[in-house]
Design a protein around this ligand. Structure first.
Ligand code: UN1
Length: 513
């Protein structure tokens, strides 16, 4: 355990925010306390947006959309290109802020900003590739095509654990697709949101100075509690709500948006498993599982929560994983060499302890899991990651606990392992470690993993932006980021054009006047 635990002092923080364009005053006089999970110290009180102001923000965003949709897509891409450029320049400052506000280690803070840069690059290319199809018409002298057209206002609701990347996945695509955005970040991470808004505003200025036509209010920030999110969910001018968070939140948001025939992208919880097969390269499997389960202190929706291990290698795998677990350097995420930072808050630590108590009741043998660094940081919540050998996939194993807990299960046949992997309500990410080609193919095939992400010989977390990201079942069904996820941010128009001098009807129908 590393006891050097630097934190970002308030003057450091103010200075970093100022460098990113957030004025010092933004940190005082508000009602929302901003705190760093590194030491639990309150670093400021940020202003919250009232519900009427959040609604008005949507109205203004809609006015911006009416202008922006007419700007040619490659020119919209130029704004996103400039945003990516600015993020490249501010990468280290923003990453440090992300680490300070979320508690993720600096390397992961840097990775998160890199993920933003990557999606900007992707979106810039996409701005010249919002392709529709041409379709053969059954009628002579007719042409059919489909076009993808801008949708409207996109409401973006994000969680604390990826406080900036998830905004970027959504905003970069939404903007090149011709939409306006209103963003409600987690109330646990308002500072990174303020920083990002300032970065966006500065990008706007640069874009306009270079002759770009960008309306005011194109991308706005609303800060507050659930009622501010609800203002986006219920506003008829929010054409798409893209919400990341718990399954509980998704169950509220989904039906409310559907009620008004709005669209949703729901990116909810995961209960991700790795299957470790007899032929697995155990070096890879141990490293991949340790990063997935304990990296980001188990606070990714893609974190590995279950390892389903073949009985023939179970004891060896678990012994190696336990050795790795016991050696994990826990401490301030800003200190060199640390791999596990704090949990976001006390509620997260309490939820972890409650899950471990339940696991014990259900026959689990727990190693680790206790509080650490309490003397040094009485207001912060550092936890020793836990490995829990379970006799079966009991109730607690079927639920997502947003903490570094890995449940271990044994299997005999691959069918049994796949059945266990699929027998939870969530369906986000999954992986198999195997060197057997047939096993790997079965895992990714039709009767294999039921998750939106199914990997072979790598862990469940840390997806690249080029693929579509999301899961099924209680994980929400939405897809964000790469591949053709952009289509959710546009509306499809099917057009048939008659360039003949007659009016033949489809399906051979006759209607001769
Ligand atoms: C999340 O935890 O909400 O695949 C997103 C990953 C990251 C994104 C995680 N690229 O782990």
């Amino acid at each position: 355990m590393n006891l050097t635990t630097p934190t970002m002092s308030r003057p450091d923080l103010v200075e970093s925010l100022a460098q990113l364009g957030v004025p010092g005053g933004a940190l005082s006089g508000g009602t929302l306390q901003a705190r760093s999970p590194i030491d639990g110290v309150v670093v400021g009180a940020v202003h919250e947006t009232s519900v009427p102001h959040a609604r008005a923000a949507v109205d203004r965003a809609y006015a911006a959309f009416l202008v922006w949709r007419n700007v040619p897509a490659p020119q919209r891409g130029e704004l996103v290109r400039l945003l990516g450029e600015r993020l490249r320049r501010e990468k280290s400052t923003l990453a440090r802020l992300v680490s300070s506000e979320t508690g993720k280690i600096l390397s992961e803070g840097l990775g998160e900003v890199q993920e933003m840069i990557d999606i900007c690059d992707f979106a810039v290319g996409l701005s010249r590739q919002l392709h529709g199809l041409t379709i053969a018409s059954e009628r002579p002298g007719h042409r059919m095509m489909e076009q993808w057209l801008p949708l409207g206002v996109v409401g973006i609701i994000t969680a604390f654990n990826f406080p900036v990347a998830v905004w970027a996945w959504n905003a970069a695509l939404a903007l090149v697709c011709g939409n306006a955005c209103v963003w409600k970040p987690s109330e646990k991470t308002p500072l990174t949101a303020l920083a990002l808004q300032a970065i966006f505003e500065r990008t706007l200025t640069v874009c306009r100075a270079a002759g770009g036509e960008v309306p005011d209010d194109l991308s706005q920030l609303v800060i507050g509690q659930a009622d501010v999110g609800e203002a986006l969910v219920d506003h008829s001018l929010v054409a798409l709500v893209s919400a990341t968070g718990s399954t509980r939140m998704g169950r509220i948001v989904g039906p409310r948006v559907a009620q008004r025939f709005g669209r949703c992208i729901l990116e909810l919880g995961g209960n991700n498993a790795v299957i470790v097969a007899p032929s697995a390269d155990l070096d890879l499997a141990v490293r991949g599982t340790a990063f997935g389960a304990f990296g980001t202190a188990g606070q990714r929706c893609t974190s590995t929560r279950r390892a389903i291990v073949h009985e023939s290698i179970h004891d060896e795998f678990v012994a190696r994983l336990e050795r790795a677990r016991a050696r994990l350097p826990i401490g301030s995420p800003l200190a060199a060499g640390i791999l596990v930072g704090p949990l976001i808050d006390r509620a997260a630590f309490d939820a972890m302890q409650a899950a471990l108590a339940e696991a014990r009741d259900q026959g689990g043998q727990v190693s680790g899991g206790g509080r650490v660094l309490e003397d040094r940081f009485p207001e912060a919540w550092y936890a020793d990651p836990a490995l829990v050998r379970m006799p079966a996939q009991t109730a607690v194993v079927c639920q997502e606990t947003f903490a570094p807990i890995l449940y271990l299960l044994k299997y005999r046949t691959l069918d049994e392992a796949i059945a266990l992997q699929n027998a939870v309500p969530q369906g986000l990410s999954s992986a198999i470690f195997t060197n057997d080609l047939r096993e790997a193919e079965r895992f990714v095939a039709v009767a294999g993993s039921d998750c939106g992400i199914a990997n072979v010989n790598l862990g469940t977390s840390g997806a690249e932006i080029g693929g579509a990201f999301g899961g099924d079942k209680d994980s929400g069904g939405g897809r964000e980021s790469g591949s053709d996820a952009w289509k959710a941010y546009m509306r499809r128009s099917t057009n048939t054009v008659n360039y003949s001098g007659t009016l033949p009807l489809a399906q051979g129908v006759k209607f001769d006047l």
